[in-house]
Design a binder for this molecule. Sequence first.
Ligand code: TRP
Length: 372
Amino acid sequence: MAKEDFKITPWKVTGEVNYKKLIRQFGTEKIPDSILSKLKKAHPLLRRGVYFSHREFDVWLKDAESRKKVSILTGRGPSEKMHLGHLVPFLAAKSLQDLYKCNIYIPISEDEKFFVNPALSYKDAKKFADDNILDLIALDFKPRKTFIMKDFSYPPLYNWAAQIAKLITYSEVKAIFGLKPENNIGWSFYPAVQAAHILLPQFLEGPHKTLVPVGIDQDPFIRLTRDIASHSSIKFQKPAAIHAKFIPGLKGSTKMSATDEEETNLIYLSDNEKTVEHKIKKYAFSGGKDTLEEHRKLGGNPEVDISYQYLRMLFEPDDKKLQKIHDDYKSGKLLTSELKEILIKKINSFLKDHQRKRKRAERQIKRFVYSD
Ligand code: TRP
């Protein structure tokens, strides 16, 4: 496949993604410096360009700053146990909740994964939903301001999805999501369900601006929902969105994903210290030179180095420390093995804490998850 031939749907990404081109293709906007300057205290994902594109984020921020009601919504399709890449929208959501003190809604789409993945049984879809919810609760969301709901166990959702489904034609869904004739009809109904998710805060709290942090592959759902939000039968505001780039896999590929890559390309939230150390040492793509001598003389390339990129995106919030790592690596003072050691320590300390909080989350389910 030629480098320019990338293809993105909500369910599959192939090729080398050109993000500039995507902004044009999808008709979104680049997040401008005027917005970035308001996010100096936000998570590195928001400050350092992983979130690169948006729809009406400026409007959402203005409402949030003038203390109008705003909310955040982002969902999780539970198809497997969670890995680091899956955390991206939730870390962004939490950071913005901390800054603007708003409600967060987290719908869990077991139905989506059940429809889309032929090998996933009904029982396993439900099992992964409960499993993933523990990882989400472990992220320290505010208890009285955070609401998790599972599609299979949240009765109001069907009422809303039905109202939305009536506003969408089959050919629209087919065109937007690239559905094929052999796909089951659950799959073609699902976009109405995810649109209902995106409008859920407004169904519950009345019209206001909701921000949806998502991977850029989810933008088709945002577009569809914005198109129908203000229809005379529901009269809601168009949801705002921020779009993230994909977190690269350890080996440097476009997206950290378990669907078509081996385990060795990802770090699971359940990995133990030894596994993390082994995976980083053995697989993390290095921007260093082949020999020690050459590296000392010519230096490494942090832009392509996965260990550096993980520190930048997720694990080193301190700008000064990050800059020093960058400069030392580039000058050859810092070796690949030393850089990897820094990352291994950071990931392991994060995971140790996370796994402890995940255990604790088992007792907190009732505070966060809807049940009737
Ligand atoms: N479809 C998303 C995924 O596969 C998960 C999801 C469900 C979602 N509902 C959502 C994302 C609402 C954003 C908003 O990852």
